[in-house]
Design a protein around this ligand. Structure first.
Ligand code: MN
Length: 244
């Protein structure tokens, strides 16, 4: 079993090392991660400049850094390793629930793996403190990986861990309303600047990723890349169109 591990927080993130260590009992692990922070880069790939791939040595892992996005790391990592059986992305410092997955570099990396024909999972930790302890989470990470290795497991899974979990649930994505606020401020030179702030506007729906994590449960959400609105398309086919 060959497992490629990446993230969007960069090669020095403690979450990356934790996920790589979680994968080690299951096979050979290689880390390929961005040089630095790439959070909220989504599924971006780099096409305007060349990429570099350099060996690094965090915790004696087989690890490489790339001057690109999380999805770049997956594409380049799979190319250099000549494929892998699984791609894991994370553990992100912060949850990736509900609409977060549109922006998430952590989830973007996992999607890129699936586009390239490799099963993948994104791992994110709901943060309560700035420097979380990953050690107590390792048994849970291993339990989740065991579930992901079962034959009937979906190809793309979004995993979110609360800080102190007591169980695991399969969930759906919450479709909560999303504020998308813009916060204005001033820098120390008196120049205007802006921050995006995204806070949920409603309580989470039943059996959703957000509800699970709020209740202290690890959330596993199966995702698919097909975004087609089948229901609407079916109606159109009946009304107006012939097959092509
Ligand atoms: Mn991140």
């Amino acid at each position: 079993m060959r497992i490629l591990v990446t993230n969007d927080d960069g090669i020095f993130s403690p979450g990356l090392v934790a996920l790589a260590r979680g994968g080690l009992p299951f096979g050979q692990v290689r880390v390929v991660a961005p040089n630095g922070e790439q959070s909220a880069m989504g599924h971006a790939i780099t096409i305007q400049r060349p990429l570099k791939y350099h060996r690094v040595h965090p915790d004696s892992l087989d690890a490489y850094r790339v001057n690109g996005s999380p999805a770049d790391c997956v594409a380049l990592g799979l190319y250099r390793w000549e494929g892998a059986d699984l791609v894991f992305s994370g553990i992100n410092l912060g949850s990736n629930l509900s609409h977060d997955i549109w922006h998430s570099g952590t989830v973007g990396a996992a999607k890129q793996a699936v586009l390239l024909g490799v099963r993948a999972a994104a791992f994110s930790l709901a943060l309560e403190e700035e420097e979380p302890e990953f050690e107590p989470l390792l048994p849970y990470v291993e339990q989740v990986i065991t579930m992901l290795l079962e034959d009937q497991c979906p190809d793309l899974v979004n995993v979110n861990l609360p800080p102190d979990p007591w169980g695991i649930r399969w969930t759906r994505r919450s479709l909560r309303a999303y504020s998308g606020q813009v916060l204005e401020g001033e820098d120390s030179m008196g120049r205007r600047h802006y921050w995006f702030a995204t806070t949920p506007l409603t309580d989470p729906e039943e059996n959703t990723d957000r509800r699970a994590v709020e209740q202290g449960l690890i959330s596993l959400t199966p995702l698919r890349l097909d975004l087609t609105d089948e229901e609407w398309l079916q109606q159109m086919r009946l009304i107006a169109q012939e097959d092509i």
